[in-house]
Design a protein around this ligand. Structure first.
Ligand SMILES: Nc1ncnc2c1ncn2[C@@H]1O[C@H](COP(=O)(O)OP(=O)(O)O)[C@@H](O)[C@H]1O
Ligand SMILES: [Mg+2]
Length: 326
């Protein structure tokens, strides 16, 4: 069976809920919970829970949080290659108030020192039909190496260009067979790489000019995620990936969101799972599948722990919902 390998970030999330956010200098009493996160790890868990053969490659510190990461992965039965670094395991502090407003600080720690060997570990044994997934939440040299190695091996390279990273180059974006920015990441890339100031938000932009921008930005397929407004897809004319149209929109799943953090990760992980497990399906069907998985993840709290299984998709959306239709 085809595989999904995710190269990327691990972050241990520390979440506090409190009635209102503390003002500068103020201490407040609240509730605490902790869990695994990081865009890379979330995407690997998303693909893994959908039943494809998935693996994660990432960096940790030699510290207790690193041990916690290993236990999370073991409990999840997710195969991981962990590279040790001399930096601390990445950690975030998330404070959420009663209205859902938040304050977040992330220390990228070990992710910033992701060694270049991570690329060969991720691309080892990749072949046609496999999918390599990466993001911009780590050092970028191994990301670029891994995308190139995956393509040389005939695998598909999926890049989620998140979070916004000022070091992103046009060369890196050009390595993606499939690019999955959200609307703000897309607008950043259009400004940063195409030099277009104040681009229109793709949620309200007209389809033709939006497709034109996608074509200038990336030679591969671009799938812009638009939160509750679904996804805009743009293909190069010569590679429609089983679709009949070069550009179109896919609606989001009908859900009642309680926590949309990690929705983009759920989408990229599920899209990779669909690409690997149902290569005969149209891209439109693969995107619709990823929208169901991402939509379901917004109905549960947390990031990695909120990712959907195939069973959960059937329960929520009906018997055929875990299938990627042709
Ligand atoms: N409110 C929502 N209702 C339904 N689906 C949603 C909602 N928010 C996110 N999603 C799903 O998750 C995908 C990714 O969400 P988005 O907000 O675009 O990413 P990010 O988390 O990176 O900002 C969307 O394309 C959609 O399918
Ligand atoms: Mg969003």
């Amino acid at each position: 069976m085809s595989r999904v390998v995710v190269l990327g970030s691990y972050v241990q999330d520390h979440c506090w809920t409190t009635a209102r956010l503390p003002a500068p200098g103020e201490s407040r009493i609240g509730e605490f919970s902790t869990g695994p996160g990081g865009k890379g790890f979330n995407q690997a868990v998303a693909a893994h829970r959908l039943g494809v053969s998935a693996a994660f490659v990432g960096a940790l510190g030699r510290d207790p949080l690193g041990e916690t990461a290993r236990s999370f992965a073991l409990a999840e039965q997710l195969r991981c290659v962990w590279l040790d670094t001399d930096r601390a395991t990445a950690a975030s502090s998330i404070v959420v108030d009663a209205d859902g407003g938040n304050q977040i600080v992330v220390a990228l720690g070990a992710n910033g020192a992701l060694p270049i060997e991570a690329a060969s570990a991720a691309a080892a044994d990749l072949g046609p039909g496999d999918v390599l997934v990466s993001q911009l939440e780590t050092a970028l040299a191994p990301v670029s190496e891994a995308l190139q190695a995956a393509r040389r091996a005939g695998a598909l390279a999926l890049l989620n260009p998140a979070p916004i990273n000022a070091e992103t180059s046009a060369e890196l974006i050009a390595l993606a067979d499939v690019l999955t920015p959200n609307e703000t990441e897309f607008m950043f890339l259009v400004e940063h790489l195409l030099g277009e100031s104040n681009p229109t938000n793709p949620i309200v932009a007209a389809d033709e000019p939006l497709h034109g921008l996608c074509r200038k930005l990336c030679p591969g397929t671009v799938a812009i995620t638009l939160g509750g407004d679904g996804v805009f897809v743009s293909h190069p004319e010569h590679q429609l990936r089983g679709d009949t149209r070069p550009h179109y929109r896919v609606p989001a799943a009908q859900v009642r969101p309680c926590d949309t953090t990690g929705a983009g990760d759920a989408f990229s992980g599920a899209l990779a799972a669909a690409l690997a497990s149902a290569p005969q399906a149209s891209f439109a069907a693969q995107v619709a599948f990823a929208c169901r998985a991402a939509g379901l993840s917004t109905e549960r709290p947390g990031t990695a722990p909120a990712m959907a299984t195939r069973e959960a998709l059937r329960e929520r959306f009906g018997e055929a919902a875990d299938r990627v239709e042709v």
